[in-house]
Design a protein around this ligand. Structure first.
Ligand code: PEP
Ligand code: MN
Length: 306
């Protein structure tokens, strides 16, 4: 048992040093997600892509699905650069009710067409429990966005879903709160959860959010669930996305989620933080070179004829 020195007053009122056992910390509230309950890393299979293993999984695509042409161009560039999965929002959580809200089911259909063309599994956001069956009918993985990270009734309703979940960290949630959000999903019956660090809100205004890279090794220590990093929403500016993506690999993340758009300057949403296809291709090559030093691998697909 570990001991600690404490100063106490003796019967004569004089200080004396005594040794006391360190009190055992309270049992963590999260059980199913904890390393204690499951020592090995969990590997989550998403339509044949394994997240959490040796291979560093890269999910990429536009912030929102906009139209067939730009989605297909982006999807093919993601596949050709070696991306593991496609992303794209059809139901968009926007700060302003007057901003583009996504194409809804039309967007889901386009995503599923992009999957047919590229062979890449797709992840897309669910904002409301009433959308789960609809979105689940098209997507390989359901994303819970930052704003819903502590929507406990939505998290509970994911328990009955036979799809893996990508759970993003809330804008203001601590690591413990984030783990408890994942615990809600596991406790409700769905063990297939991937965590995504996407930046937290701080006093800093030079970036959109502050990427909490320290959360990655802490989460990897406390939970067996895979942890990926979204540098795009964290930093909010495509000039800084690549260095942070590489940092994510270096601190032990299991993968990335990166926004890529065929023409970022024309994007309806988050163009400023989206990489163009050529920058994304270069990033993948750099990650692939780096990965070797960390005992990891990054797929860099050779361009296939279209
Ligand atoms: C997104 O990934 O599309 C998104 C809206 O991100 P976040 O929920 O992290 O803000
Ligand atoms: Mn976005």
């Amino acid at each position: 048992m570990s001991m600690i020195h404490e100063v106490e007053l003796n019967t004569e009122g004089l200080p004396q040093v005594v040794m006391k056992p360190i009190p055992t910390p309270e049992k963590p509230a999260f059980n199913l997600v904890s390393r204690e309950s499951h020592a090995e890393d969990s590997i989550i299979d998403v339509g044949g892509v394994r997240i959490g293993g040796r291979e560093f999984a890269v999910i990429a695509g536009p912030c929102s699905v906009e139209d067939e042409e730009s989605l297909m161009t982006t999807a093919l560039s993601v596949r050709d650069a070696g991306g593991s999965m496609m992303r794209g929002g059809a139901f968009k959580p926007r700060t302003s009710p007057y901003s583009f809200q996504g194409l809804g089911e039309t967007g889901l259909k386009l995503l599923s067409r992009a999957k047919d063309v590229t062979g890449l599994p797709v992840v897309t956001e669910v904002m409301d429990a009433g959308e789960i069956d609809l979105v689940g009918g098209y997507a390989d993985m359901l994303q819970i966005g930052s704003r819903n990270s502590q929507n406990f009734s939505l998290l509970k309703s994911l328990g009955r879903v036979d799809k893996p979940i990508l759970l993003k960290r809330g804008l203001m949630t601590t690591i413990d709160e984030f783990l408890n959000s994942a615990e809600y999903i596991l406790a409700a019956g769905n063990p297939r959860v991937v965590l995504c660090e996407r930046g937290i809100r701080t006093f800093e205004t030079a970036t959109r959010n502050t990427l909490d890279l320290s959360a990655v090794p802490i989460l990897k220590e406390r939970t067996h669930l895979p942890v990926i990093v979204d540098p795009s929403h964290a930093v909010g500016d495509n000039r800084y996305v690549c260095p942070l993506a590489k940092a994510a690999l270096a601190v032990g993340a299991d993968g990335l989620m990166v926004e890529v758009h065929a023409h970022p300057e024309q994007a309806k949403c988050d163009g400023k933080q989206s990489l163009d296809p050529e920058t994304f291709r270069r990033l993948m090559e750099e990650l692939s070179t780096m990965a070797v030093h960390f005992g990891r691998s990054v797929k860099v697909a050779s361009p296939s004829p279209r």
